[in-house]
Ligand binder design. Sequence first.
Ligand SMILES: NC(=O)c1ccc[n+]([C@@H]2O[C@H](COP(=O)([O-])OP(=O)(O)OC[C@H]3O[C@@H](n4cnc5c(N)ncnc54)[C@H](OP(=O)(O)O)[C@@H]3O)[C@@H](O)[C@H]2O)c1
Length: 256
Amino acid sequence: MWLERLCFGTSTFAAGRLRPDKDSRPGIATLREAVRQGLRWIHSNPRLGTQWAIREAVADAPVRHLIKAEAALDATPTQRRDAIYAAIDASRRNLGTDQLHAVVWEIDLKHTRHHALLVDENAVGDFYDAGAQMIRDSGVVDSQVAYCHSPAHLCAAKRCEPITGIAAQYNQAEPWPAFYLDGLEGPFFGMSPLRRGELGPSAVSWAAAHPAVTAVVVTMSTLEHLAGVKAALARPPSLESVWETARTWLPPGDRE
Ligand SMILES: NC(=O)c1ccc[n+]([C@@H]2O[C@H](COP(=O)([O-])OP(=O)(O)OC[C@H]3O[C@@H](n4cnc5c(N)ncnc54)[C@H](OP(=O)(O)O)[C@@H]3O)[C@@H](O)[C@H]2O)c1
């Protein structure tokens, strides 16, 4: 049961020029064990060069792959298309699978030069909409997930017909997505529930507590961390504690 709500995040393997000396064996053993116990979701970024390790760990197990694709908000339609197809093609090749479960389509904030566009809901909506159509047209991806950096971006994504799911950083220090979970129709993926390891394992169960959360995406490189996450997911906190934390994100006058 606990594994249904867990997606393995994978940034902890050796990767070509980026991290050639990283010992990938503990991470591969951890992913292999999670899959053996029934894990079915894996999120990866083809640009990190780590998908080889997923393929090695997973072999022929029936997992669903979510992969990341990103482009600047001011990228041309051709550049967006190239980014999407490069991510899809590389992932299918590296992961050894014809069909991907989802592309998580994200605005590349760092490379967006026209910052004013980031608060233009039409520009953001068009980015999600056009990208999701390209992903759908590829014919090799089951669903189109919008990665949302802010409440405004999440609202823009919700209005896009070809977007079928939402992803966002979601943890006790960034709890704002909780306010939108009740109104979501498709799946929701909570990224960085441990805030890159700053929070304890109980933070994973906080992020998975709302029933609208399809899966929380956790990076784990050791069997001990996998066991800690498993134990935490078996003890979900009350939904009220999710709202209590989320309310702290609001200005004091809006908390009641
Ligand atoms: N823009 C995006 O697409 C985006 C953004 C953010 C995150 N993500 C995805 O979400 C995944 C997770 O995000 P993240 O790595 O930022 O944060 P995270 O999963 O919240 O935290 C990962 C860190 O927590 C540690 N950890 C795992 N289990 C633990 C446990 N039981 N007790 C103590 N520490 C534990 C890990 O250590 P070890 O590695 O040593 O086990 C790692 O340092 C990423 O790999 C990525 O796939 C995607």
